[in-house]
Design a protein around this ligand. Structure first.
Ligand SMILES: [Zn+2]
Ligand SMILES: [Zn+2]
Length: 390
């Protein structure tokens, strides 16, 4: 009989403890199990080999024999003072798979006491005991980047000018610390609870309802027993205070990206990003168009006629504007670089455009009435002259 190194087959060291051997065996047996690898002769051979190795190494007495002689036979005595030759010739193979039926889809071994069921239920959980055909391995979870989160943030007109640093509360998630985002810890296969085994989940998009492959079982309807910490989601919820820096110049509808503060990734993949969607309040007088601002400011007749220095509102409070003598109503002035900072290039700024409107002087006394009459006499102008009208 060919000498096989059972330790090598199970991938364990010669001095490995029983539980290490068992762990390694379970992993390999699951990997090469005929139900996981239907019609795969090589896997079947490997499975038998693993089984054989474990049969010997899991039994203290048999293991002792193997350690002593380098192979196992029923009739060998590990404590014998004689060498291997002493008992040679017994010829017993010691291991027989004839009771196992690895046929594809064929009947499972009957109640004839085969250890197959025990092995099976040990490996995959209790489902095989009831005669239910064991099912193939569910898909393994793949590393997946976390989803992005979008959150609205209202800020004042002035805050949009200067930019803003603030803390906001984000309901995000993090990779599960128990399963590292796999969603399971390698337990038995069960029906997916998310989709109740259908493999499909309902999603709502606007007013439409549509079904989609279940993300928790990749549409198979089955999965390993979900991780008890994250319920199989692979991520656990986390409410976090996130410091967000809103740059100067944002407008309503600007998207500010805060890297890696979205939902947690799975199996080591990166978290998603957090996007702040800004909503900028209005100013009492100033109107914004892009990075420029517009305002209409009233001036008096005498200011228009004689010229004046007046105050105008800007994005950063009041500023002075010089009105030249003879200014017409509706005339426009520009204050360069008094608009919003550019989001793309913070060293650039928009302008402010000021339109002046001459306010009608109110007659508040007999005296002002007289003065206006006198003014009329001294300045006999007809403003409709160019139209040929009196
Ligand atoms: Zn988990
Ligand atoms: Zn599912």
């Amino acid at each position: 009989m060919a000498k096989k190194d059972y330790y090598q087959i199970l991938g364990v060291k010669k001095d490995s403890k029983a539980d290490e051997i068992k762990k390694s065996y379970r992993r390999l047996a699951r990997k090469f199990h005929p139900d996981v690898n239907p019609n795969d002769k090589a896997a079947e051979e490997k499975f038998k080999e693993v089984q054989e190795a474990y049969d010997v190494l899991s039994d203290d007495k048999k293991r002792k024999v193997f350690d002593r002689f380098g192979y196992y036979q029923d009739n060998l005595d590990p404590d014998s003072p004689f060498g291997a030759g002493a008992a040679a010739g017994g010829g017993a193979q010691g291991f027989d798979f004839s009771g196992f039926d690895f046929g594809s889809g064929g009947a499972r071994p009957g109640a004839g006491g085969s250890s197959f069921r025990d092995i099976f239920s040990d490996l995959f959980g209790g489902s095989s005991g009831s005669g239910v055909r064991p099912e193939p391995e569910p898909p393994r979870a793949m590393p997946k980047r976390g989803r992005d989160i979008e959150m609205p943030l209202a800020l004042s007109f002035e805050e949009a000018v200067t930019g803003l640093t603030t803390n906001i509360t984000v309901n995000r998630s993090e990779q599960c610390s128990r399963c590292q985002g796999a969603g399971d810890t390698g337990g038995p296969v069960v029906t997916c609870t998310t989709c109740k085994g259908s493999g499909q989940v309902q999603r709502t998009g606007g007013r439409l309802q549509f079904s989609q492959a279940c993300p928790d079982c990749e549409g198979t309807g089955r999965r390993r027993t979900p991780c008890s910490l994250c319920n199989g989601k692979g991520v656990t919820p986390k409410t976090e205070q996130v410091k967000v820096k809103i740059p100067a110049g944002v407008d309503t509808g600007s998207r500010v990206r805060i890297p890696k503060k979205g939902h947690g990734g799975r199996l080591g993949a990166e978290p998603g990003d957090l996007f702040i969607l800004t909503n900028v309040g209005k100013h009492k007088f100033l109107e914004r168009k892009g990075d420029n601002v517009y305002v209409t400011v009233p001036i008096s007749v005498s200011e228009a006629a004689l010229g004046a220095k007046i105050e105008v509102p800007t994005v950063e409070g009041k500023a002075q504007l010089k009105i030249p003598a003879g200014t017409e109503s509706g005339q426009k002035f520009r204050l360069r670089e008094r608009g919003f900072p550019s989001l793309r290039n913070p060293s650039l700024r928009g302008d402010e455009f000021i339109e002046v409107k001459i306010a009608m002087p109110r007659v508040i006394s007999e005296e002002t009435k007289e003065l206006l009459k006198q003014f009329e006499k001294l300045n006999p102008e007809n403003p409709r002259k160019a139209m040929g009208l009196d």
